[in-house]
Design a protein around this ligand. Structure first.
Ligand SMILES: [Zn+2]
Length: 494
């Protein structure tokens, strides 16, 4: 068998294993009965071991090495795929196997430890585990370091290729300069919101009916995807014909399900609109977390929270919730879902203050990976940084340093992509508005025009372009955070 044949054969097998693994975790997150956790973990462990064995098999690794040396002989897309897979080999080749396995075991427990510490508001319970996670991450950096990619940069680049501290420092410095005082000013005198929206109880079945309606409004293809519920909303896809999303229905918060559904649809559309020729390859999916988030945020905030959108769809919401919303006007509803306040919890933060929450995490991660601070320093530093950027201070660690799950599973370098995604989204939206009349499309209830544009300029490329290349294709310019700053200032100055 040639190296190419071997690669393609093995890829086919891996894809099948990965699909089964994916189904298991989708099921676990959505419908699996609670008591199946332990049974499923055992099966997952076996499957993960099988996949690792196939991936690290010498013949397979050699096939990738050989193809990497003969890149010129391959067709264009396959060249990109092999380069990508060759880079992935660093995890297998440079990290000692026993450390890697020990870390997997740690990962299977650390999230639970974090959840308990958060629940009990006791940071000290999480300290030993977080120290272990951090130690692994610091070692990982040492194992994988390259001439041009060291320290925290290496982790950042893992989530957003080509983005290191140099790019992020510039980005966050711009936001700091432009937004910190602006946010304090905007949130100083909050406008009173309609009591029926703030204190009402919203029937979950009715919320579900509206989310199902939204699927059709956004042309989310029900034959390639579906909507379920989960504790935290997410999107999960493996091919352009199977991309699933979740939302959650909270009785005391009408906005939550609406905007979670639209947000996840933004992610889902990206993968459904990938060129199907990538379905069986390792090029399917979004090119980076930041570009992925640009799509979800653009659909959620710039389209989903616009006046044009609700001019068309507010009546439908009123109808579903009649007579509850009969007295609530469109203006009341607009004020409600676009109001801004400085709060402590990132996932509940509004569009304007969101990036400040990310700035806090970026500052702290930088110091943590560099070894300038240790795990014990986190609560104090967390609270001080919140005070500096948002002017508020958490009273407990549950609503402070323990609020996010990310560090418990070792995702250092992930947070910054959330803010970057919003900023990419603003620049992409500006470029799209040069090409098509977005407001007209929304007013005519024809979001397909928008989907066609995002497909043509972003989605269809799957992972064949880097984030920087996508920004050039979609906007003809390198990334510039001022689109985001101007968008936020324009919106909240009103
Ligand atoms: Zn998202």
């Amino acid at each position: 068998m040639t190296s190419l044949q071997h690669y393609l054969e093995t890829r086919k097998k891996l894809k099948a294993y990965e699909y089964v693994m994916w189904l298991m975790s989708w099921d676990a997150e959505t419908e699996a009965p609670k008591k199946s956790i332990e049974y499923r973990s055992k099966q997952l462990e076996v499957m993960a071991g099988e996949i690792y064995a196939i991936q690290s098999n010498e013949t397979y690794v050699n096939a990738i090495e050989t193809l990497f040396k003969e890149l010129d002989t391959l067709e264009h897309d396959l060249q990109i795929e092999i380069k990508k897979e060759h880079r992935e080999l660093r995890f297998i080749k440079k990290i000692p196997k026993d450390e890697y396995i020990a870390y997997q075991v740690l990962m299977s427990k650390s999230v639970h430890v974090w959840a308990e510490a958060k629940h009990k508001n006791e940071f000290s319970l999480f300290v030993p585990t977080l120290k272990e996670v951090l130690l692994y991450q610091r070692n990982l950096v040492k194992y994988l370091e390259e001439e041009h990619l060291k320290g925290y940069d290496l982790l950042l680049d893992m989530y957003e290729e080509g983005f290191t501290q140099k790019e992020y420092d510039f980005f966050f410095d711009t936001l700091k300069k432009e937004l910190v005082d602006f946010v304090k000013e905007v949130t100083k005198h909050p406008k009173p919101l309609h009591p029926k929206l703030v204190t009402g109880t919203f029937d979950k079945e009715k919320q579900k009916a509206f989310s199902e309606y939204l699927l059709d409004v956004f042309y989310y293809d029900r034959e390639r995807g579906l909507l379920k519920t989960s504790e935290h909303p997410f999107t999960s896809g493996v091919t352009s014909v199977d991309t699933r999303i979740t939302t959650r229905y909270l009785e005391d918060n009408l906005a939550s399900s609406i905007f979670s559904t639209i947000h996840e649809m933004g992610h889902g559309l990206y993968e459904i609109q990938n060129d199907p020729k990538y379905d069986d390859t390792y090029l399917h999916g979004g090119t980076s977390l930041g570009i992925h988030e640009s799509q979800s945020r653009m659909y959620e905030n710039m389209i989903g929270r616009s006046k044009a959108f609700w001019t068309v769809h507010y009546q439908k919401l009123q109808l579903i919730f009649s007579p509850q919303l009969d007295e609530v006007t469109l203006e009341d509803f607009m004020d409600y879902m676009n109001h801004s306040a400085r709060t402590l919890i990132r996932v509940e933060a509004d569009e304007l203050t969101y990036a400040l929450h990310i700035m806090v995490r970026y500052d702290i991660e930088k110091k943590l990976i560099a070894g300038d601070i240790e795990v014990e320093d986190l609560p104090q530093l967390w609270n001080d940084t919140y005070e500096a950027y948002l002017g508020i201070r958490p009273n407990t660690n549950t609503e402070g340093v323990l609020q996010d799950i990310h560090w418990s599973y070792g995702s250092f370098g992930y947070f910054p992509t959330y803010a970057l995604g919003s900023a990419y989204g603003a620049q992409i939206y500006d470029a799209m508005s040069q090409a098509i009349d977005i407001e007209k499309a929304i007013l005519e209830n024809n979001i397909k025009v928008i989907n066609d544009w995002t497909k043509e300029h972003i989605h269809k490329f799957a992972q064949t372009k880097t984030p920087k290349e996508i920004m050039m294709i979609a906007t003809q310019k390198p990334f510039d955070p001022m689109h985001y700053v101007n968008y936020l200032k324009g919106k909240y100055n009103k």
